[in-house]
Design a protein around this ligand. Structure first.
Ligand code: ZN
Ligand code: ZN
Length: 365
């Protein structure tokens, strides 16, 4: 991300303060901080007013903040290293700036932090909740962000290929998960974008299973994995099968794959986010499996593994070119097993581009 891109994002926020009837915005949620400043430390805050932007952090991050945000000084970002609690410095800056109506992110702040800030505010200054503003901006990815997501997806798929190629029956779920994460890092990922899921046999019916110390059981093996590359997430699920699948397994897999393709087909600019979800459910209903699909069809991803929009029953967001989302229908049958197929997809001017290159036919081990 070019330094000017961070400054441009902050300018956009600053310019929109007035229409939201705010004098300032306080941002403490780290993906939003990173989006607006480039700062990746775990403890930070950003105060944006129409005329200034101050990044607050603590002495552990003095060097890092300068490295990550130094070029930002030209963009008007000031860095303040707080010796004590950050919020004391933030309140002092609010007093000095003379701002009265300060927006904060209610979903992203603890009650403790909110109380601490409130208690230190100058007279007549007040905090106002602002929900999802920066997250809204983050939905539309810049070309640079799309490039990072693309690389993240490629590294993730390559890691899957390398680990799956050496996969043999008898390997434990945890060993396979470790192998996937090892390959990911060796290929250039910073870390997994969430805890890798490897769930075999009847446990594949748990959509968010933890890998166990047991050897891979026969039947389906659900593998859900993602990487962070240059700060950006990828997300993919593939379901493998140990041993020859029976008729029921083949049919269920076919149903999920058809549902996934139908949902992808429904992804284009202008459609409401629930459209792909409906498309997937329609297919599963034909197979009598719609009740076994217990989560939404997908989610946005970027600096976070889950971010807006939600590709679910109720989300009214209109898809737009530049959004990166997942499409991941699944069916889960208790005591039997589960199947999910997930790609990372980019909404484009003409429809969408499936970024995930990994084949989707049922892979046998
Ligand atoms: Zn996933
Ligand atoms: Zn996902």
């Amino acid at each position: 991300v070019a330094a000017s891109e961070f400054a441009a994002r902050r300018r956009e926020v600053a310019a929109a303060l007035a229409e939201r009837k705010l004098d300032a915005l306080f941002v403490a949620f780290s993906p939003n901080l990173r989006y607006l400043t480039g700062f990746t430390g775990s403890n930070g805050g950003l105060l944006i007013t129409p005329g200034s932007a101050i990044l607050f952090t603590d002495p552990r991050y003095t060097i890092q903040a300068a490295e990550e945000c130094l070029s930002e000084r030209n963009g008007g970002l000031r860095i303040r290293i707080a010796k004590g609690p950050l919020l004391v410095e933030v309140a002092a800056a609010i007093a000095k700036a003379g701002v009265k109506r300060i927006g904060y992110e209610p979903a992203r702040m603890t009650c403790d932090a909110l109380d601490a800030l409130k208690a230190r505010l100058p007279m007549r200054a007040a905090l106002h909740p602002v929900s999802g503003w920066i997250e809204q901006l983050r939905m539309l990815k810049s070309p640079d962000e799309i490039d990072r997501i693309r690389r993240s997806v490629q590294i993730n798929s390559r890691a899957f290929e390398r680990a799956a190629a050496r996969l043999k029956p008898g390997v434990t779920e945890r060993d396979f998960a470790a192998e996937l994460e090892y390959r990911m890092r060796r290929l250039g990922a910073e870390k997994p974008s969430f805890e890798t899921i490897v769930a075999s046999g009847a446990r594949s019916a748990l959509p968010h299973a933890q890998p166990t110390a047991a050897p891979l059981a026969s039947g389906f093996v659900l593998v859900d994995m993602g990487a962070f590359v240059d700060g950006y997430a990828s997300d993919m699920t593939r379901t493998l099968h140990i041993g020859p699948p029976g008729a029921k397994a083949r049919r269920a897999y076919k149903a999920v794959l058809e549902a996934q393709l139908a949902a992808i087909d429904a992804v284009r600019p202008g459609v409401v986010a629930y459209a792909p979800d409906r498309a997937a459910r329609r297919v599963l209903k034909r197979y009598g499996l719609d009740r076994a699909f217990v989560h939404s069809t997908g989610h946005g991803l970027g600096l976070e593994i889950h971010e807006p929009p939600r590709i679910g029953k109720r989300d009214q967001t209109r898809l737009r070119a530049g959004m990166a989302i997942t499409i991941e229908p699944g069916v889960y049958l208790e005591g039997w097993g589960g199947i999910r197929i997930e790609d990372t997809v980019l909404v484009t001017e003409s429809g969408c581009e499936i970024l995930t290159p990994t084949p989707k036919d049922l892979r046998l081990i």
